[in-house]
Design a protein around this ligand. Structure first.
Ligand code: ADQ
Length: 478
């Protein structure tokens, strides 16, 4: 394919490899809002490509097409997977950017490999983009990519979006190589964040650490030598979900039947409480289980009447903190079931695997209460997916104040998950909420989510990018 006018760069390609029983493999698009949003954006572009890693180590895979997308795989070595991805991205940046809930680890070799891996993505993106094109870089794994692309391709417009929080100055200041990370990001024309607070944290860091002039949303990057100063914008673009998918699934008789079947399999409890998370220490699963366990112990929740379902998606299983978390959660669930489960049915039904979207929607449809208790979360899409699935306008969302979603979903039952007593009261309040109050809240939540879907998020970002990078693009296209 010739070079594309729009190039998306993300750590992962939007596909997973499936191996058939006969050993043959094929690529299937991975489900998820980002893929859906990008698919529609890419379909509308003159020509589009996605640059990313295919998920294995030391594999050279030629560019290929799937559905309407042109994919350009970046090869990572086993050392890069260990030091760039598992190391600096997931064991340094991830805990530091999530309020140091777990201790960040840092090794200088991880940083060196992070730089080299970022260079691979930048080179692949620069080579894939047409004259005067647009490149949209995603997330914390690729913070050096904007500057690297800019030095290779000064003609292109560059945007970057952070899916996770950007920490306050006091925490960011701990990051070794913090100057390089900020300079890397400032190669972009537009930096997108989930919350207003994240954008402000970023500009504050730039002012304090690099000493550049910056207002809340605009940073002046001084030009070197004869170069002119550049203005970089930092703004919030709260990500969302593809509501039409949930709207359709909730009307599908097979999904409705599945929701009914799940409830029956649980022994038709009066109420179902649901948690759905990647098994990650940022999601506050421990706090949730502590609160729920105390309610069982206090006799405030009768496990004959109420069943909790906890779905925990396997995640980053080679990183120590994640192995430990899994052990702790499974021990706690085992203990609580040992102490409280009625014969033949669980007090907490725990599942450590991924489910098709149809099952996820059926779970949302049968949940009277969903608990989102993250200690820090960029946005949290589970909250929005639950709302989009409640076609009946019933159900209660208990939502941590520490999620990006809490900025928008004001009609949820907001909680501070660190306060176990407050969390317990919120769960009891949710279980006892009248149908009228549920409906009032759910209607307002649904309006918010339906008016702000992921397509709108993507088009808002790209329109803003076109505006800020417009002059350069027009210049290059002359
Ligand atoms: P995540 O930390 O992965 O995303 P979240 O926003 O909740 O968190 O998205 C999880 C997604 O995985 C949801 O779409 C959910 O349906 C799906 N999922 C979870 N468990 C599943 C299971 N067992 N089977 C199938 N699907 C499952 C990061 C940031 C977030 C930010 C998103 C998007 O950490 O804060 O909202 O990116 O920007």
């Amino acid at each position: 394919m010739s070079r594309a006018s729009l190039v998306v760069v993300a750590n992962r390609l939007p596909v997973d490899r499936k191996t058939a029983p006969d050993g043959s493999t094929e690529w299937v698009t991975s489900p998820g809002g980002l893929v859906t949003a990008m698919e529609s954006v890419m379909r509308n572009a003159d020509s589009a490509a996605w640059v990313g890693w295919a998920g294995g180590a030391d594999e050279d895979i030629a560019p290929f097409d799937i559905d309407t997308m042109h994919l350009v795989p970046v090869t990572l070595t086993a050392e890069e997977v260990e030091k760039y991805y598992e190391g600096f991205s997931n064991d340094t940046l991830w805990p530091l950017y999530h309020d140091v809930i777990a201790d960040p680890n840092f090794h200088r070799t991880w940083w060196d490999v992070y730089v080299e891996a970022n260079r691979k993505f930048a080179k692949a993106a620069a080579a894939a983009t047409a004259e005067g094109g647009t490149i949209w870089v995603h997330d914390y794994q690729l913070q050096l990519v904007p500057e690297m692309i800019r030095s290779l391709r000064p003609d292109v417009t560059i945007g970057w979006f952070n899916h996770i929080p950007f920490p306050p100055f006091e925490l960011f200041a701990q990051l070794p190589k913090r100057d390089s990370v900020l300079r890397g990001l400032l190669g972009a024309d537009l930096l997108g964040f989930q919350r207003e607070r994240d954008a402000i944290n970023f500009t504050t860091c730039v002012r304090q650490i690099l000493g550049y002039r910056a207002s809340e949303h605009q940073i002046v990057v001084p030009g070197l030598g004869l170069e002119e100063d550049r203005t970089v914008e930092a703004r919030c673009f709260p990500i969302s979900i593809d509501v039409s998918v949930y709207d359709e699934l909730t009307k599908d008789p097979a999904v409705l039947a599945r929701a009914k079947e799940i409830r029956e399999q649980l022994g038709n409890p009066k109420k179902v409480v649901l948690g759905v998370d990647r098994l990650d220490y940022t999601k506050g699963i421990r706090h949730r289980l502590k609160a729920y366990g105390e309610l069982l112990n206090d006799g405030a929740i009768d496990p004959h009447d109420v069943t909790m379902i906890q779905v925990a998606t396997p995640s980053r299983e080679r990183v120590d903190a994640y192995k430990q978390l899994r052990d702790e959660i499974e021990l706690t669930v085992g203990r609580l079931n040992g102490d409280f489960a009625p014969i033949g049915r669980p007090a907490i039904s725990y599942m450590h695997r991924t489910f098709p979207r149809t099952d996820m929607t059926a779970l949302y449809m049968c949940a009277d209460v969903v608990l989102v208790t993250s200690l820090r979360d960029g946005m949290n899409l589970v909250a929005k997916e639950y709302i989009a699935s409640r076609i009946d306008e019933r159900g209660v969302l208990v939502l941590s104040e520490f999620t990006g979603a809490a900025d928008e979903l004001r009609a949820a039952t907001l909680v501070n998950p660190h306060d176990i007593d407050e969390l317990k009261s919120a769960i009891l309040h949710a279980l006892a909420m009248s149908e009228e109050e549920q409906q009032d809240n759910m209607r307002s939540l649904r309006r918010q989510v339906f008016d702000h879907d992921v397509q709108r998020w993507a088009s808002d970002f790209l329109e803003a990018l076109e505006r800020v990078g417009g002059d350069r693009g027009a210049e290059a296209r002359k």
